[in-house]
Write a protein that binds this ligand. Structure first.
Ligand SMILES: [Zn+2]
Length: 154
């Protein structure tokens, strides 16, 4: 069975940065499962997997525009420390989940802490990066009607 829209794909993957740093991997745990054609994974990887079958391995390098998008300078902002209510100690390097104005979840990384202000970066940590994926397709099956309806794997 080949990977196409409305199929459930199980795969093992390793994600590396352009400098060779391993960023994420499913090795040693269950394969990642996703519903193909539903935007569950980044567009570049979905495109690369189209038509592949169980047992196939592939290596792809995906540019930011097909991954987590370019870095946006306007997402680096300075906010008052009071915006971090309930956080004991705000320190550079911390990351938080925050709700954006459009209701979407985004990650916020603290870049710098000054006396009353905090400089934050609202870009996805992998924005602006070329991502290398090493993927082995483990299983391909047709999705159930309920999965297609929900837009995700059960
Ligand atoms: Zn569901």
């Amino acid at each position: 069975m080949k990977i196409a829209k409305n199929h459930v794909v199980s795969m093992h993957y390793t994600l590396t940065a352009p400098d060779g740093t391993e960023l994420d991997s499913s090795a040693g745990s269950d394969p990642l499962r996703y519903l193909h054609g539903a935007g569950n994974i980044i567009p570049g990887l979905e495109k690369a997997l189209e038509g592949k079958a169980a047992g196939d391995s592939l290596q792809v390098e995906i540019p930011p525009e097909d991954a987590y998008g370019p870095r946006q300078a306007e997402l680096v902002q300075t906010v008052p420390k009071s915006a971090f209510q309930g956080v004991d100690q705000v320190e550079a390097g911390q990351s938080f989940r925050a709700q954006g104005a459009d209701g979407s979840q985004r990650s916020i990384t603290v870049l710098e802490v000054e006396e009353d202000d905090v400089k934050i970066d609202g870009n996805h940590p992998l924005a602006g990066m070329n991502l290398k994926f090493d993927v082995t397709v483990v299983e391909v099956r047709e999705a159930s009607e309920e999965e297609i309806d929900h837009g995700h794997v059960h």
